[in-house]
Design a protein around this ligand. Structure first.
Ligand code: PMP
Length: 363
């Protein structure tokens, strides 16, 4: 059985759109506009300057990013943001930083913040195994906190906030690594958003930071250059050699979203349809499929569940592979099965997977 990208349900790096991959294939040998391989293009070239400019404009138009927000293309993945954020916004302030502990990834962030100051866990579902999320109204935050940090989509457990925070009166920082560009989001509710590429944005390498001017003004400026947001802002994200390839593909992905998908409203509708197909298939067989997330907090990007035994799970994965579906193994910390439905996964492949789920549960 031949595998194809449309049937790659991996949690990340995840599938990219076919039309983007075809352009990349050509660009690896020679970019049509320069005659040179994209892998050999200088980051100081006019061509790359144009890529950065276009990628930024496309993101601004897709996400309707207000003028008083800056876009930075950084490296070090989202994990580096776990450190850069408290270095810049917590160190030396004498304030507390509030963290929501809603899963594997959000638990990692405060562990880095404690090197810089006081990190307080404002809410946690660790004891119950990270199955639910808080309502915004139930949080009790220190009104003088340096910021609140949370993860909008827990990639490992498959939990997703369905609304953006409001009336919290502290600066809001959000890790949107696994659901940015999945649907419209009100950027003005946030002070800083970050998201690595390798899911909806493109291949691993670049990490996007969208930050409000007024908040950036509070960032420390006495940090090592590479860890200082001000360095990257004044160098327009080319202080050192950026990941040219990853930014190039991110630009193609944003073009695809604007021209082929038709923007974030259409993307959101499609993602909603895909997730409903999968959850409906699983919910028909509660005896067979044991879903991890509390239903109101289910993610549209990552669907996580277990079968009754690890033997059955191994069988399921084997059958999936022989039917051409890949990337379905759960995260190593949780086990089980995880279906990731990032933007590049189409409706047809999702329907096929839903049929497969039904077939596996019917004797
Ligand atoms: N946050 C989230 C929500 C993630 O899903 C991941 C990794 N998949 C990370 C942070 C860590 O990202 P990185 O590997 O780029 O450091």
């Amino acid at each position: 059985m031949t595998l194809n990208n449309q049937r790659n349900f991996s949690a990340g790096p995840g599938a990219l759109p076919d039309s983007v991959l075809r352009q990349v294939q050509e660009a690896i040998v020679a970019l049509p506009e320069t005659g040179i391989s994209v892998l050999g293009m200088s980051h100081r070239s006019d061509w790359f300057e144009q890529q950065l400019h276009d990628a930024e404009n496309n993101l601004r138009s897709l996400l309707d990013i207000p003028k008083n927000y800056q876009i930075l293309f950084l490296q070090g993945g989202s994990s580096l943001q776990f450190s850069m954020i408290p270095m810049a916004f917590l160190r030396g302030t004498g304030k507390t930083a509030e963290y929501l502990e809603t899963g594997y990834w959000s638990s990692k962030a405060p562990k880095e913040a404690v090197h810089e100051g006081n990190a307080h866990i404002a809410w946690s579902d660790k004891v119950a195994g990270f199955r639910s999320l808080p309502d915004w109204g139930q949080l009790q935050l220190d009104p003088k906190a340096a910021y609140l940090h949370y993860v909008s989509n827990e990639t490992v457990e498959g939990l997703e906030f369905k609304s953006e925070p409001k009336d919290l009166s502290v600066p809001i920082i959000c890790d949107m690594s696994s659901n940015l560009l999945a649907r419209p989001v009100d950027i003005s509710r946030f002070d800083l958003i970050y998201a690595h590429a390798q899911k909806n944005l493109g291949p691993a390498g670049v990490t996007l930071v969208i930050v409000k001017d007024e908040f950036l003004a509070c960032a420390r400026n006495d940090l090592p250059s590479m860890l200082n947001y001000h360095t990257h802002l004044s160098a327009h994200s080319v202080y050192n050699t950026p990941c040219v390839f990853s930014i190039y593909v991110l630009n193609l992905v944003t073009q695809w979203m604007l021209r082929e998908v038709g923007g974030l409203i259409s993307m959101g509708e499609l993602n909603n349809k895909k997730a409903n197909l999968i959850y409906q298939a699983l919910d028909q067989f509660p005896e067979h499929y044991q879903l991890h997330a509390h239903p109101p907090n289910r993610s549209e990007m990552n669907v996580t569940f277990r079968l009754k035994s690890s033997l059955l799970e191994a069988d399921f994965l084997k059958n999936a592979r022989s039917s051409g579906f890949t990337g379905l193994e759960g995260h190593r910390s949780l086990g089980g099965i995880r279906i990731s439905l990032y933007n590049a996964i189409g409706l047809q492949a999702t329907q096929e997977l839903a049929q497969f789920l039904i077939s596996q549960a019917t004797p």
